[in-house]
Design a protein around this ligand. Structure first.
Ligand code: PMP
Length: 362
């Protein structure tokens, strides 16, 4: 087989090689049916088994807490920015948002189109280099929900813990860190994530929610944008992205095989530690963007002394087989996205390259 790229893409991103190979093995003929899974009716028993299995694996990875349901939706996490307030930000209520950077701001902008919102906490003054302290949040009684972006993919910041919001549902955009660490699903009202980072390919968005939040949507919302439509129809109201869901199921199986979320988290922390250690011990050649107490273990953002040198870094890295190290166009700099499927060995190769690059250019 040809050499695998050192894939540090932010999303779509690396998928475990074993998953790709298993999918390849059953790509043309799924379990002796004479068809690819993508050629099958989404109303047939074979596909439905995959669909239901993916849902139960997801809940299983969170310890099967009672009262939670999984939805498979389309339109990316960006559609959730709108669907969430359409469904939960009802008359007389206001939605609280934690303003942590690029993705939180997009979520806020959409919610404002729908209803009343307020900023519950912000790190804007800190140029989004940190996440705000949420331990003493006071939420008004009419708060529809509190929205938090657990990991800001572009700035490279991440919450290490979540606030206790009492009776106010805690809603979390986990697009870039779902299943990268363990937590108690019971602490959340609703979480959502586009699949294309830690869950597989693009095309499907996962929503995991307490049933009561997705059972009764306001009547004026278009059918396909109502959570209750998808809840009542087991995410089969219309044609689901069946092949993407099949791939998510394969990735979830792979995650199960890794042992536990605690184990996955420990590996992710080791990977991030190696990379941050290299940055911090470069004598200022590499500079981390995020404040150390808010650093993400999924998206490691850093800068060099000049944009010119950053361009050279990207070019030289590409020549050595590294992919996706250029920072997001909105903030510049460099970024290594190190999701679950990126191995420690690939991080090791990256830090070796960083050392070489520094030697030549430092
Ligand atoms: N939220 C976060 C934290 C993200 O990282 C992204 C995508 N990079 C989105 C939302 C938007 O997701 P999508 O492209 O699936 O709409």
């Amino acid at each position: 087989m040809s050499k695998r790229a050192y894939n540090f893409n932010a999303g779509p991103a690396a998928v475990p090689l074993e998953v790709l190979q298993r999918a390849q093995a059953e790509f043309v003929d799924y379990h002796g049916t004479g068809m690819s899974i993508m050629e099958m009716s989404h109303r047939g028993a074979v596909y439905e088994e995959v669909h239901n299995e993916a849902q139960s694996r997801l809940l299983g990875l969170f310890g099967n807490p009672e009262g939670y349901k999984v939805l498979f939706l389309q339109g990316g996490a960006s559609t959730q920015f709108a669907m969430l307030p359409m469904n939960l930000l009802t008359e007389g209520k206001s939605a609280g948002y934690v303003k942590t950077g690029s993705w939180a701001n997009k979520a806020i902008a959409e919610a404002k189109l729908i209803g009343d919102t307020f900023v519950a906490a912000s790190s804007e003054e800190d140029q989004y280099k940190s996440v705000p302290d949420l331990s003493n949040l006071q939420l008004p009684e009419n708060t529809a929900y509190l929205h938090v972006t657990s990991n800001e993919t572009i700035e490279g910041t991440q919450f290490s813990s979540f606030p206790d919001t009492g009776s106010v549902p805690l809603v979390v955009d986990m697009s870039s860190d779902i299943l990268s660490r363990s937590f108690n699903l019971k602490d959340f009202g609703l979480i959502y994530a586009g699949a294309q980072k830690n869950l597989g390919p693009s095309g499907v968005t996962v929503v995991i929610a307490r049933e009561e939040l997705i059972q009764n949507s306001p009547k004026h919302i278009p059918t396909v944008l109502r959570y209750d439509t998808h809840t009542k129809n087991n995410s089969l109201y219309n044609t689901p992205p069946s092949f993407s869901i099949y791939m998510v199921n394969q990735v979830l199986k792979w995650i199960e095989e890794q042992g536990s979320l605690e184990g996955i988290e420990a590996k992710n922390r080791e990977k991030a530690k190696l990379l941050y250690h290299t940055i911090d011990n470069s004598g200022g050649f590499y500079r981390g963007f995020a404040n150390p107490d808010s650093r993400s273990i999924m998206n490691v953002t850093f800068r060099l002394q000049s944009e010119e040198l950053e361009k050279q870094f990207v070019k030289a890295s590409e020549q050595e087989g590294f992919v996706g190290l250029k920072g997001h166009r909105s903030v510049g700099g460099l970024r290594a996205s190190i999701y679950n499927a990126v191995s420690y060995d690939h991080i090791k190769a990256l830090v070796d390259f960083m050392g070489e690059f520094q030697k030549k250019n430092g």
